[in-house]
Design a binder for this molecule. Structure first.
Ligand SMILES: [Zn+2]
Length: 235
């Protein structure tokens, strides 16, 4: 009887606190959280954070004055990272994003290129998209980053401008670029003379980060740095 009860208790525990790896499905050992050590070790780390003129910094050359930029992982199709990113962005699995954010934080602050940051800013989503998803994935990354490093996360300092009536007059492509590229500062006095890390999930062309970065650089004395969880050269 005692064993049966114990087994039931364990079963209930498994039900409420799933102890399987989000990457490969294998059972997790006590110290592991969300991902097993095998999966963590298989994630393709770029080490960009240690190197000046890395591929992420090159994206912004001639476009945006960024002090340091880097991505933690390479993104490739069909990879473990793609599956994790999918769960994070489209399946409501915020815990994965939070874990990725802590990994970013621990890794990036190892490098003196990302030391001395004053604060984090999440690339904002359109309000309608954030409502549909229930969260902004970049903000979840910042929460994990902040928890791992103690670096302040500035919320609500920049927003994505809403679709406006006048834009319907413009051509389709122009309108799209216009919407993607419109950001507006809020409470920007908090950011004056601060070393800021702008955070997003993936960088490809860098167009959205560039537009957001341009808006942030309107703040007096702001120093801009950029970090993403993943880098893809797929254009
Ligand atoms: Zn695993």
């Amino acid at each position: 009887m005692r064993t049966i009860l114990l087994n039931i208790a364990r079963g209930i525990d498994q039900l409420f606190f799933p102890r399987n790896c989000a990457g490969c499905g294998s059972d997790l050992i006590t110290k592991e959280q969300l991902l097993c050590l095998g999966c963590i070790n298989n994630l393709p780390v770029t080490n960009f954070h240690m190197h000046a003129n890395n591929p992420v910094e090159k994206i912004f050359w001639g476009r945006l004055p960024v002090r340091s930029a880097a991505s933690l992982f390479y993104f490739t199709k069909g990879s473990l990272l793609q599956r994790l990113l999918h769960q994070f962005k489209y399946r409501g699995n915020k815990e994965i994003g939070y874990l990725m954010g802590t990994m970013m934080g621990k890794t990036f602050v190892e490098s003196n290129r990302f030391a001395f940051l004053d604060g984090l800013v999440a690339l904002p989503l359109h309000k309608s998209r954030e409502r549909r998803r229930g969260y902004n994935q970049a903000a979840i990354l910042c929460e994990g980053f902040s928890a791992a490093t103690g670096i302040n996360f500035y919320r609500d300092v920049i927003v994505r401008a809403a679709y406006t009536e006048t834009q319907t007059q413009k051509g389709r492509l122009e309108r799209w670029q216009n919407i993607e590229g419109r950001f507006a500062l809020r409470n920007s006095e908090k950011l004056r003379h601060k070393r800021i890390l702008l955070v997003d999930d993936v960088v490809t062309t860098g167009a959205t980060l560039e537009a957001c970065g341009q808006e942030l650089l309107r703040v007096e004395g702001l120093e801009l740095n950029i970090a993403t969880m993943a880098y893809t050269s797929m254009r």
